[in-house]
Design a protein around this ligand. Structure first.
Ligand SMILES: C[S@@+](CC[C@H](N)C(=O)[O-])C[C@H]1O[C@@H](n2cnc3c(N)ncnc32)[C@H](O)[C@@H]1O
Length: 231
């Protein structure tokens, strides 16, 4: 469902980098089940999906669509061939609102404040995607492009595409709130199980409030490794 949500958010695209026709080798890091779509759209490519969770359907994994579960590392640039493209996609997990409809008393807003503080304390700030473009440039990528899409957190928009995205995100958030947050609140912030449950129930209620026009920014950043690299 999340995969369909991002597909709609990106206007029925899976990636935005202007990769050439007939790509040969593609690595999809943290692929979930998503690498299968890329492979279907690009039969020329050997697509390797990597994810920490072995959730890829085995029946759809011929040799050109392998899924592996090695440890991720930070060596994208080293393993990319000159002229190759790198694309990052991620939400900036800081809740936004452009029209002042989310009150300070909103429990969803309070949740956002607490979650971000805890994530920063863990050393994994949720706002990392806002720095992707600078990271690409610092690593020497060319043609670095950043696009930011507003992902509504419930079906408040009038636009039918964004309303659908909002409905899917509301379901994602309300259905997975414990899964997303329990470790952060109980281990990170030291909350008890009962205290967390009561709070999450109030957060769920506010997430669904269509008078509150909140969204998460979704970042897509891509760039090309130079053909000639300095030695
Ligand atoms: C939001 S999902 C995105 C899935 C897929 N890219 C898509 O668009 O449908 C994030 C994925 O990251 C994976 N993940 C999280 N931490 C990881 C890690 N350290 N190494 C590899 N995969 C990881 C999760 O298992 C999950 O499948």
């Amino acid at each position: 469902m999340a995969h369909a949500k991002y597909f709609m958010l990106l206007e029925k695209k899976r990636w935005l980098a202007p990769i050439p026709a007939k790509p040969q080798k593609v690595l999809d890091l943290a692929c979930g089940t998503g690498h299968i779509d890329f492979a279907d759209a690009n039969p020329s490519a050997e697509v390797i999906g990597v994810d920490i969770a072995p959730i890829q359907p085995k029946c759809r994994n011929p040799p050109s669509r392998q899924a592996r579960t090695p440890k991720s590392n930070n060596s994208n640039n080293r393993h990319l061939k000159p002229g190759g493209w790198l694309e990052f996609q991620c939400i900036d997990g800081s809740l936004k609102c452009d029209d002042g409809t989310v009150p300070e008393t909103s429990q969803f807003k309070e949740y956002d404040r607490l979650l971000r503080a805890a994530a920063t304390a863990f050393g994994t700030p949720l706002e990392d995607p806002t720095g992707y473009a600078k990271w690409f440039e610092g690593a020497g990528f060319e043609g670095v492009t950043e696009r930011v899409f507003k992902m509504p957190t419930n079906p408040w928009p009038k636009d039918p595409r964004l309303r659908l995205v909002g409905a899917l995100e509301q379901e994602n958030l309300t259905g997975n709130l414990e899964g997303i947050s329990t470790r952060v609140f109980q281990k990170g912030l030291g909350w008890g199980a009962d205290e967390s449950s009561v709070f999450f129930a109030a957060v769920r209620k506010d997430i669904k409030n269509r008078r509150h026009h909140s969204y998460y920014p979704f970042y897509v950043v891509y760039g090309q490794k130079p053909l000639l690299t300095a030695t």
